[in-house]
Design a protein around this ligand. Sequence first.
Ligand code: MN3
Length: 202
Amino acid sequence: MAFELPKLAYAYDALEPHIDARTMEIHHSKHHQGYTNNLNNAIAGTDSEGKSIEDILASLDMSNGAVRNNGGGFYNHRLFWEVMSPNAGGEPTGELAAAINDAFGSFDAFKDAFSKAAATQFGSGWAWLCVHKGGKVSVCSTPNQDNPLMSGVDCDGQPVLGLDVWEHAYYLNYQNRRPDYINAFFNVINWAKVSENYASNK
Ligand code: MN3
């Protein structure tokens, strides 16, 4: 069964004013749809057909550019939509909050580390909050559509929160002001979902 573009749990304009409706519509219906279609084409007739995206990425031959870019793109955007929500933001609670405090000292220090990873990723890429077996968390970034599930990237663990810093994610509204977009993202982080991701992968 081929991969399908996941439906959003909210309307394209639901994240305004932090992320504008036109950006959301193009990002989801064009970019993510493109990765999805290209992934399906790239794995058609191969051993990867029928496997989960997690299994495909974990055992990926990194020289396979079509699956690396489009499988990464499919997985990364699916996580991205899920970790955002209207009327969200604030701070995590419970065991995720405790893990963040253990690793960074405070939520504000985590926010600084994550924002810096996102702001300093040269060119296109992603910033991640990852959980490791045992519950420790860490922040890192990857270029292009790479992600921590792939082997050989300078970033490991299970991603529980991801931020797309490709220009297509923010340029219409923020132009070159990536730091403003990163700051705005914190107003739409769905910490309940991130906590769920943490709990199921720690
Ligand atoms: Mn994108």
